[in-house]
Ligand binder design. Structure first.
Ligand SMILES: Nc1nc2c(ncn2[C@@H]2O[C@H](COP(=O)(O)OP(=O)(O)OP(=O)(O)O)[C@@H](O)[C@H]2O)c(=O)[nH]1
Length: 302
């Protein structure tokens, strides 16, 4: 009576010659080999080129050394040259015969592939979410939370020779723009200001929408002459943004951190910029004021 078919391929080969001495019916039923077709063949010929290299360089040497191989992944070529992933288990017997079992692992490979695809998608979603949580919806600039985090880091690196400068920028009479031209036009203006900021200030600095119609720039390692130059061209450039006969204008407050007064926190630095901004607004708008020129004692800046 013919024994019932095993649900896996079973082989016996000789350790030294590597010739196949026995292959069960599975090789005919699932892999399409004629009965006895494999007998006398080198077992390495069963594998694809890549698996054969692995077989020669690692699998067979380790089988000889350890006497077994457990759950090893390989790809074999069926009689009609279809690539089929398999899981191999082998045992070396005392009479130098190698006993092989080959389980088809197509589903496992498919599952791996699906897991890899899912992992890639999740990574992409995480990246998108991280971006979303750090960017302002309307302008695409960094939002206040992300900017605060980055400025905090920049303060740690600031020194007398590499100061950190904060520019707090507020659009002048923006309520009037909204009231006269509508909220949607107001939104367009905010976007234009954001674009002008990105065009006028180097991108390696922190440029963010601080909130409402306020923007903030943190310029790391930039001397005051350069800050003044950036500031001047920005005012001029913004002046070119017009609505009918209205020319967009902003007021700016500037504060500088040199790392010397450790008691100056991020909140306090921004408060200094805010005081300077208030001064710019109060003294006619469309201008920039520097906190350190206001003659206010650092310790009484609050
Ligand atoms: N369109 C639009 N308007 C906004 C947004 N956020 C804040 N605003 C408006 O910005 C205006 C700010 O008005 P105010 O704080 O009175 O300031 P201002 O009119 O610019 O006056 P000054 O700052 O003193 O020159 C308000 O009308 C807010 O509604 C926004 O996302 N979109």
């Amino acid at each position: 009576m013919k024994p019932p078919s095993f649900p896996c391929g079973l082989l016996i080969s000789d350790l030294r010659t590597r010739k196949i001495e026995y292959a069960n019916d599975f090789f005919a039923e699932r892999f399409g080999f004629a009965p006895l077709e494999l007998s006398g063949n080198d077992v390495a010929n069963l594998f694809t080129k890549a698996s054969e290299i692995l077989f020669e360089s690692y699998l067979y040497p380790s089988l000889i050394k350890e006497g077994f191989l457990d759950e090893t992944q390989a790809v074999i070529l069926t009689a009609n040259k279809t690539r089929t992933p398999v899981t191999l288990n082998t045992r070396l017997s005392h009479d130098d015969k190698v006993y092989w079992s080959l389980f088809i692992s197509e589903k496992r490979d498919k599952l791996y592939q699906e897991l890899i695809t899912t992992r890639d998608e999740l990574e992409q979603q995480t990246k998108n979410l991280t971006k979303l949580s750090s960017v302002d919806d309307l302008t695409g600039l960094l939002n206040r939370r992300e900017a605060t985090r980055r400025i905090h880091d920049l303060m740690g690196e600031a020194s007398y020779l590499h100061p950190l400068t904060i520019l707090l920028i507020d659009i002048d009479h923006f309520k009037k723009v909204n009231d006269t031209y509508g909220h949607q036009t107001g939104d367009l203006i905010l976007k234009q200001v954001a674009q002008r900021l990105e065009a006028n200030f180097p991108e390696n600095h922190v440029i963010c929408r601080w909130g409402g119609e306020e923007f903030l720039i943190a310029l790391a390692n930039t001397d005051m002459q350069t800050v003044i130059m950036f500031d001047k061209t920005f005012h001029q450039d913004l002046h070119r943004v017009t609505l009918n006969d209205y020319h967009l204008k902003v007021s700016i407050g500037v504060a500088e951190y040199t790392g010397q007064h450790l008691e100056i926190t991020l909140e306090r630095l921004i408060h200094q910029a805010d005081i300077a901004l208030y001064e710019a607004k109060n003294s006619g708008r469309n201008k920039t004021c520097f906190f350190r020129q206001l003659g206010i004692d650092e310790n009484h800046a609050f």
